[in-house]
Design a protein around this ligand. Structure first.
Ligand code: ADE
Length: 346
């Protein structure tokens, strides 16, 4: 690269930072974890924000911090309480790792948080992105973050397809080293609110004049194909209690959490054959609730059936008042809420 090209690149980078941060100062969403730079709060928010939309995180963030206001309180909590507070956010491995890391900080580290991205990375559940996000936002360390939003913004601004390490190097050269936390959040914010995957709002983009593609690279990121499945659960209620079962400890998803017992019903086609074979029309039941629920790449149609007696005895009766303290799966919580059994928001 010639000297002239390099210095024009530097000028562009300066202009890019200035415009992006001016826009961020005026337009940043007022998110609760942006109010202070407390490492514990920033850490909790960044773990929640992995794979979860901002709106869903906000709902859970306050309640989680009310229950576990400090890293010591979190470290001292039982895993079941941590999972209960996480219920509804999904990807429960994050909660287990956060709990494990809190024990390391509160125990081995005498409640002192790491001061660098490298230090954060040594804790359970904290990878390169999360370490850089916390260290830059809470500690002001000049390290760039790269997530899916940042990748898209970088590729569009520079008009180049990139991969792996190239993203990190490019983000690092653009980073504003005086305000790294704000710069990183501004890049993510731009990707989430303006430079969106399918229909970017280029006309409101603060760096439109510096962008090589201006919307040309839109539309490439198609929504992933979802699988479809049907699933049936039994709802047994008796004397103000509901019958729940625990998922196996070795389950790949939501291990050890509680849910309604799943039941195997004949398929819809088989049910119709049986129905037409009956003459009395008696006891042809229908679900008391039908709802939709998505877990990762699968969209479920969930049916809930009113049943008197549980099959088998693996499970327990839980009084309605205790449901909020149970580590329920997100789906179980949703069903119980819809059935008005008082399982409040986690
Ligand atoms: N995504 C993950 N962390 C974020 C943050 N701090 N601001 C905006 N988007 C984010």
């Amino acid at each position: 690269m010639t000297q002239r090209a390099k210095s024009s690149g530097r000028m562009q980078a300066l202009e890019f930072r200035k415009r992006l941060l001016t826009w961020y100062d005026a337009h940043a969403r007022d998110l609760p974890w942006r109010k202070d730079h407390d490492p514990y709060r920033v850490w909790v928010s960044e773990i929640m924000l992995q794979q979860t939309r901002v709106a869903a995180v906000i709902e859970h963030y306050h309640e989680f911090l009310r229950r576990f206001p400090t890293v010591k309180k979190l470290a001292a909590a039982r895993e079941a309480s941590v999972l209960a507070a996480w219920s509804g956010l999904g990807y429960y491995r994050r909660a287990r790792m956060l709990h494990a890391a809190a024990k390391v900080v509160a125990g081995e580290r005498g409640a002192k948080f790491p001061e660098t991205a490298e230090g954060w990375r040594s804790l359970p559940g904290i990878g390169r992105y999360t370490a850089a996000a916390i260290a830059s936002i809470a500690g002001g360390e000049p390290v760039a973050v790269v997530d899916g939003n940042v990748e898209r913004v970088l590729q569009r601004i520079l008009g180049e397809r990139m991969s792996g390490e190239e993203f990190w190097l490019t983000a690092e050269t653009l980073l504003d080293r005086h305000r790294p936390g704000d710069f990183n959040q501004a890049m993510m914010e731009l990707g989430a609110t303006v430079c969106t995957p399918r229909t970017p709002a280029c006309l409101t983009c603060p760096v439109l004049e510096l962008c090589r593609t201006r919307g040309e690279m839109a539309g490439g990121d198609r929504a992933k194909r979802q699988n479809k499945r049907e699933i049936d659960y039994a709802l047994h209620c008796r004397d103000g209690k509901v019958f729940l079962v625990q998922r196996p400890k070795e389950a790949r998803l939501m291990a050890g959490m509680w849910e309604l017992p799943q039941i195997d019903l004949p398929t819809l086609g088989e049910r119709q054959v049986r129905r037409s074979a009956r003459s009395d029309g008696h006891h042809i039941d229908s679900p008391i609730l039908t709802l939709r629920h998505s877990i990762t790449v699968t969209d479920y149609t969930v049916r809930v059936w009113d049943r008197a007696t549980p099959e088998g005895d693996a499970g327990k009766w839980v009084s309605y008042g205790k449901l909020s303290k149970m580590p329920l799966t997100g789906l179980a919580r949703k069903v119980l809420r819809k059935a008005r059994l008082g399982a409040p928001k986690a």
